[in-house]
Design a protein around this ligand. Structure first.
Ligand code: SF4
Ligand code: FES
Length: 319
């Protein structure tokens, strides 16, 4: 079959170089992966194309790239699945990471983020004899996060990292979750406290789901981040605007069947946070002038009793 690749080329090492797209058309076997096609380009058409791969079996995590704007392992993605009729495939390096050359990105930032969460066990005691025996259930629980192959796809497509490079990021937070859940670790509480308090920590995720969508190993980093939030709240860490936002949202929908937006903004900022409340004033004023100020007395949903019952049912199941 025929494939048409439009590949982003860039060599930051060349003075004055700018990214450009280069097109390649070639005949490939119908079962070829995008990696097979790119390797064919490098070996038979243009030996200057830089790309990284190793296992070719979605194990090593080294072939992450953006295809048509979405991060994927190219050794796991067949050309025919995305472009069965020879449609053009746009191939770019992963996002949110520095390009070394063409399709290769530096993993320095990725591993800096991983290092921020102390990705190793810190036991508070060592058994006097023998090993620390962990139950099968506790180890099985860790499998989601332990499946991570450090490919960086989730970091590439994280919408928070696009605007805030200080965010710890989905892969590192999924890794942090793994250590808070490990019964052999003795630092669960301090880990949760740091992840809760830290600028760029668990409350900075906007739940856009991109990391869940692109992860090739079903680590579902966003789900792990939500579990870290629950664990931090259960451990008593409630001093963040993120927690207050969640609490306000929960209470207003339970009470009125609808979100009370005015109250949400004030609750999230904190009623005693005078500078923060003053910062809200211009936004409120602008909203008022444009007729967008939420009502002071919140609207109530007609079926709010049903919603309240649903809440009580879920709360009862959790007890
Ligand atoms: Fe890759 Fe998934 Fe690990 Fe992110 S969490 S680095 S997408 S395997
Ligand atoms: Fe190893 Fe793709 S080459 S994961």
């Amino acid at each position: 079959m025929q494939t048409n690749l439009k590949v982003k080329r860039f060599n930051p090492g060349e003075p004055g170089a700018q990214p450009v797209f280069q097109e390649y058309s070639l005949d490939i076997h119908p079962d070829s992966t995008i990696l097979d096609a790119l390797v064919t380009v490098r070996e038979e058409v243009d030996g200057t194309l830089a790309l990284r791969c190793s296992c070719r079996a979605s194990i090593c995590g080294s072939c992450g790239m953006r295809i048509n704007g979405r991060a994927r392992l190219v050794c796991k993605t067949r050309v025919a699945d995305l472009a069965p009729n020879g449609e053009q495939l746009i191939v770019e390096p992963m996002g949110n990471q520095r390009v070394v050359k063409d399709l290769i990105v530096s993993l320095d930032t990725f591993f800096d983020q991983i290092n921020r969460v102390r990705p190793y066990l810190q036991p508070d005691s060592v058994p006097e004899s023998g090993e620390f025996l962990a139950s099968n259930e506790s180890m099985t629980n860790l499998l989601t996060s332990m499946n991570c192959i450090m490919c960086g796809c989730c970091v590439s497509d994280c919408t928070v990292l696009e605007v805030d490079s200080n965010f710890i990021g989905p892969a590192a937070l999924a890794k942090a979750w793994r250590f808070t859940e490990d019964p052999r670790d003795g630092e669960r509480d301090s880990r949760l406290k740091i992840l809760n308090d830290e600028d760029g920590g668990i409350w900075d995720c906007t739940r856009c789901m991109q990391c869940v969508e692109v992860c090739p190993k079903e680590v579902a980093p966003m789900d792990r981040i939500m579990e870290l939030r629950d664990a931090a709240i259960e451990a008593g860490y409630k001093n963040t605007s993120g927690y207050r936002h969640t609490e306000s949202f929960y209470k207003s929908v339970k009470k009125n069947g609808r979100l009370d937006e005015s109250r949400l903004a004030i609750d999230s900022t904190g009623w005693t946070n005078i500078p923060g409340l003053l910062d809200l004033a211009p936004v409120g004023l602008k909203a008022m002038m444009k007729g967008k100020l939420p009502p002071i007395r919140p609207h109530k949903a007609e079926d709010k009793e049903k919603i309240k019952n649903a809440y009580e049912k879920v709360e009862g199941e959790r007890k």
